[in-house]
Design a protein around this ligand. Structure first.
Ligand code: 2P0
Length: 325
């Protein structure tokens, strides 16, 4: 059992099949359109929050060392929101560890804020239901609202704080073969990249106008278990996101030649009758979506292109015994 004022939570990253790119409200983190993702069964972040009235300020330890200033500031802002909700003022000690390679495009901020939302809300005595927890996580990082949810999450864009949250949707069992072609930190953060796209890309209005339609088609395809449609929508939507990003000024390009090679490998696999569709986030690494039965063949085919890890759908944020690391 946790001591009073202490809670530990664990959450995993998610990979979007219909992507989130761009905000209609920067402060509330309301997206310009909804999105749909798979919560992964890998790369957990575990976070312990201990409320301590003796502290003068919040502390944040990440992977065994004091967190960098920017990460600490973002965490403190998030804790301020939790204190507001709880009517509390005591500061907290946050200790977090993650197994995701930071900056490699595995959206570790999603796992981080999902785990923090659950641990901090409990440590401050709040017992939020799943939609409320998803809304809280969203305030830390948009994509974090989806990592609250088990397996497949639909983030309703919403029009205000109350209506913008993620919930579970039915979808068939799938695998993502993650191909890490470059493990280094990305040059332009998602947050900055989104701002630049929204402010300067001439294709942004079309992206915003069409993503909700793609999302509806994806929800239908997932509910029907229509793998072909899920795959086509996934790859097409990822390429549309990179197209709208690539049209920004100053230019931003996240895909590298090695990333494009993985898209080509997915196309070759499809031509050979293997289920394989590529997607990529704000970085050079590519995920190949496939049926569970084809995952081993896909992984073998892309292995020469980068470090390969096959993942499936996993749990949303949950409490764990604080005695665990
Ligand atoms: C996604 N990404 O849907 C998209 C695809 C990256 C590319 O969600 O500013 O870190 O904290 O709300 O959540 C990354 O964006 O951005 C992201 P903020 P976040 O997964």
């Amino acid at each position: 059992m946790s001591a009073p004022g202490t809670a530990t939570a664990r959450a995993q990253p998610n990979i979007a099949l219909v992507k989130y790119w761009g905000k209609r409200d920067e402060d509330l983190i309301l997206p310009v359109a909804g999105s749909l993702s798979m919560t992964l069964d890998a790369f957990p972040t575990t976070t312990r929050v201990s409320v301590d009235p003796a502290l003068d300020e919040d502390s944040f330890e990440l992977n065994g060392a004091p967190a960098p200033a920017a990460a600490r500031a973002r965490t403190v802002r998030f804790l301020e929101r939790v204190r507001e909700l709880a009517g509390a003022s005591a500061r907290a000690r946050v200790v977090s560890a993650n197994e995701a390679p930071t900056g490699a495009g595995l959206a570790s901020s999603a796992a981080g804020f999902a785990a923090l939302a659950l641990a901090a809300s409990r440590a401050y005595g709040l017992d939020l239901d799943a939609p409320a927890l998803s809304r809280l996580a969203r305030r830390g990082s948009g994509s974090a609202c989806r990592s609250i949810v088990d397996r497949y999450a639909l983030w309703h864009a919403g029009t205000d704080d109350a209506s913008s949250f993620a919930e579970a949707v039915p979808a068939p069992d799938m695998r993502l073969v993650i191909v890490t072609v470059d493990g280094s930190e990305k040059a332009v953060s998602s947050r900055e990249g989104m701002r630049r796209t929204a402010a300067t890309s001439p294709f942004y209005p079309a992206w915003a106008a069409t993503t909700e339609q793609t999302l509806e088609e994806m929800v239908t395809a997932c509910a029907a278990g229509d793998f072909e449609a899920i795959g086509q929508l996934t790859e097409s939507h990822a390429l549309r996101m990179h197209a709208v990003i690539n049209a920004s000024m100053p230019p931003v390009r996240y895909l590298a030649p090695a990333s494009v090679a993985v898209f080509d490998a997915a196309a070759s696999l499809r031509a050979a009758g293997v289920s394989a569709w590529a997607t990529a986030d704000a970085g050079p690494n590519v995920c190949v979506l496939t049926r569970p039965d084809d995952a081993a063949e896909v992984a073998a085919a892309v292995a020469p292109l980068g470090a390969v890890r096959t993942v499936g759908p996993g749990s949303g944020a949950r409490l764990v015994d604080s005695a665990q690391p």
